[in-house]
Design a protein around this ligand. Structure first.
Ligand code: IPE
Ligand code: IPE
Ligand code: MG
Length: 245
């Protein structure tokens, strides 16, 4: 599969809704948390795969605003897993020249998660390869409301006029300001919805939704997604004749 990828037409930014951990565990008669624990390999493979190919940004939807509504023991298990995973993966991130950042309401995460994240971001801040963006306590609507609040404050304080608000200015006020919109969005587990993920940024993304459950996702699935993306014609509202040279 990898040899079918055209290196001159790589997506700069790939976003992933990592879905299906619970079903993966259930299939083997195990508790949902077992699925989350077995999802780390997929995270590592996807990160490494993107880094090796030269993809610039990878956003992983790890925990949504709505996920706070899951049973407490599952939320606690996910937070504990997050702490251990970050601690354990710093070495791999360094080896692959990956810089870690986050989007989302990370202030709502438990203190030890925040500390671990801050440490990992500090250690990897000078890496120049892939930027790995973890979406934690994130939702698209939350992010849009935050941006609107900031814009309103700037207008109130006379630093911005309503006329100056456009596509670019709005985009800069989102947590992904300065990062290109994802050209490709992958959601595993066959679920066909966005679930409040990057509502603004996904406006023109190509969507790829394979049936594979997230704990089974490997580099080859990533390559398949990219090859599939490269076979599409992105018209952005134009007609085919305008976009083919
Ligand atoms: C995705 O898997 C992981 C998180 C949302 C944290 P799920 O836990 O949603 O797994 P399913 O969808 O129930 O199978
Ligand atoms: C979306 O998955 C959130 C993450 C993958 C982090 P969910 O499994 O929570 O989505 P819904 O609620 O089924 O749409
Ligand atoms: Mg799910």
């Amino acid at each position: 599969m990898k040899e079918h990828i055209d290196p001159s037409n790589l997506p700069q930014h790939i976003a992933v809704i990592m879905d299906g951990n619970g079903r993966w565990a259930k299939r083997q008669g195990a508790a949902r948390v077992f699925g989350h624990r077995n999802a780390i390999k997929a995270v590592r493979e996807t990160t490494e795969g993107c880094a090796e190919l030269g993809v610039k940004y990878l956003t992983l939807y790890a925990f949504s605003t709505e996920n706070w509504n899951r049973p407490k023991y599952e939320v606690d298990a996910l937070m504990t897993l997050l702490v251990h995973t970050i601690r354990g993966e710093i070495k791999t991130l360094m080896e692959n020249n990956v810089r870690l950042t986050t989007i989302g309401n990370t202030e709502s995460l438990p203190g030890d998660c925040q500390n671990e994240l801050a440490e990992a971001m500090r250690e990897t801040q000078n890496n120049t390869g892939l930027t790995l963006i973890l979406a934690l306590s994130y939702s698209g609507r939350w992010e849009i409301i935050e941006a609107v609040r900031q814009l309103a404050t700037e207008v109130r304080d006379g630093r911005l006029t309503p006329d100056e608000i456009n596509d670019t200015v709005f985009g800069q006020h989102l947590s992904t300001g300065g990062i290109p919109d994802p050209e490709l969005m992958i959601r595993t587990s066959g679920e066909m919805r966005i679930s409040n993920f990057m509502l603004w940024q996904l406006a023109y993304s190509e969507l790829y939704m394979p049936d594979v459950l997230w704990p089974d996702f490997r580099k080859n699935h990533l390559y398949e997604a990219i090859v599939n993306y490269q076979q599409r014609e992105r018209r952005f509202g134009k007609i085919s004749e305008q976009v083919t040279k």
